[in-house]
Design a protein around this ligand. Structure first.
Ligand code: NAD
Length: 319
């Protein structure tokens, strides 16, 4: 088994690698060659969450699990709130093949999913990017979005305004003007990314203009919510995996109250393989419910392992 520690990941896997790997994974899921196992997610109390996301990709020869969770007290200890490790196994024998630090990989694969949705579903003339959220994931989201559209400006809102300057610094690095705005100003955005750990909707239908693409990335657990139900119900909803979207994703609330029919939720993979046309009209509001699937984690971990083997780095152990 090869151990690839967190510290090596940045040199092994780029955002472009993550985009390519996640796109291939979503397409394999749509073709029925890969599937995710049911998610285990437990509340540990005091806002801590822990769980397991796993799956099998026959086409990519990947079997494995990401074990990890969200620990809101970590930031005060100088470590990130998201903690995770990916374990890969030989799909033929079940033997463990790798243990890979999952922190940066989680951010890269989550930003890649969001960017794939923007690439495929946002209007091609999108100019203003709206950010709702300014935590650890938000910077990765902003960078990935800027790769797939030529934005002219970033506007951002966060419940905790003191976190916004850090996001503004990333926008500046990308050469994009940045403005902190009240939620009402999100009507100016062509693409809005929500990436918060909110338990109740912040972004309301009145904050979103026709033709906007929403990438809702923060809701990955039962009980979280970033977007008003009426907004989800009125949008064309896409997701990484329908089973997760209706149970732990942003669509859970609209499906539960009957305002969204689960069968109307399309998979982004279907758009990638040409089975779904994606956006149908310039005025349509498209919404990607990015719940985060185990296969995304395996795909980016497999890239890290492949590169580490090529370069002869990482630590080999017998188990
Ligand atoms: P973080 O702790 O660094 O940041 C949390 C963000 O949520 C901040 O912007 C904070 O201001 C905001 N926030 C906190 N409480 C809020 C509230 N009550 N209302 C509105 N906003 C609130 O976390 P992070 O690592 O940036 O992760 C953000 C979210 O994304 C988490 O919910 C995490 O579980 C989720 N996530 C999803 C995926 C996926 O694949 N979909 C992957 C990674 C993380």
């Amino acid at each position: 088994m090869l151990i690839v520690p967190e510290a090596l990941i940045a040199d092994l896997v780029s955002p472009e690698d993550a985009f390519t790997a996640v796109e291939a994974t979503f397409a394999a899921m749509a073709r029925g060659e890969a599937y995710n196992f049911p998610v285990v997610r437990e509340a540990l109390g005091e806002g801590r969450q822990y769980g397991f996301k796993s799956g099998l990709d026959r086409s990519g020869q990947m079997l494995g699990v990401k074990a990890g969770g969200y620990f809101p007290g970590n930031a005060a200890k100088g470590i990130i709130n998201h903690q995770s490790t990916v374990f890969l196994f030989d799909p033929e024998t079940g033997r463990p093949t790798a243990m890979v630090g999952g922190g940066l990989l989680t951010a890269l694969r989550t930003a890649a999913a969001s960017a794939i949705s923007i690439d495929r579903l946002a209007r091609t003339d999108a100019k203003v990017l709206g950010m709702v959220g300014a935590g650890h994931q938000a910077g990765f989201q902003l960078r990935a979005a800027a790769r797939v559209r030529t934005f002219e400006k970033v506007i951002a809102w966060n419940l905790h305004p003191d976190m916004l300057p850090k996001l503004g610094a990333i926008a500046a690095e990308l050469g994009l003007p940045f403005e902190a705005v009240p939620l009402e100003r999100m009507v100016e955005a062509d693409v809005i990314i929500t990436i918060t750990s909110s338990p109740a909707a912040s972004l309301m239908a009145a904050h979103v203009s026709p033709g906007t693409h929403l990438a809702c990335m923060g809701t990955d657990t039962k009980g979280k919510q970033e977007v008003e139900v009426t907004l989800v119900a009125a949008a064309s909803v896409f997701t990484d995996e329908v089973a997760q979207s209706v149970s732990i994703g942003e669509a859970q609330h609209a499906v539960a109250d009957g305002s969204l029919d689960a069968t109307s939720i399309a998979s982004l993979g279907d758009v990638l393989i040409g089975r779904h046309p994606g956006r149908r009209a310039a005025a349509e509001v498209t919404l990607f419910d990015g719940t985060g699937v185990g296969l995304q984690d395996l795909a980016v971990a497999a890239v890290a392992v492949q590169r580490a083997l090529e370069r002869g780095i990482g630590t080999k152990v017998e188990v």
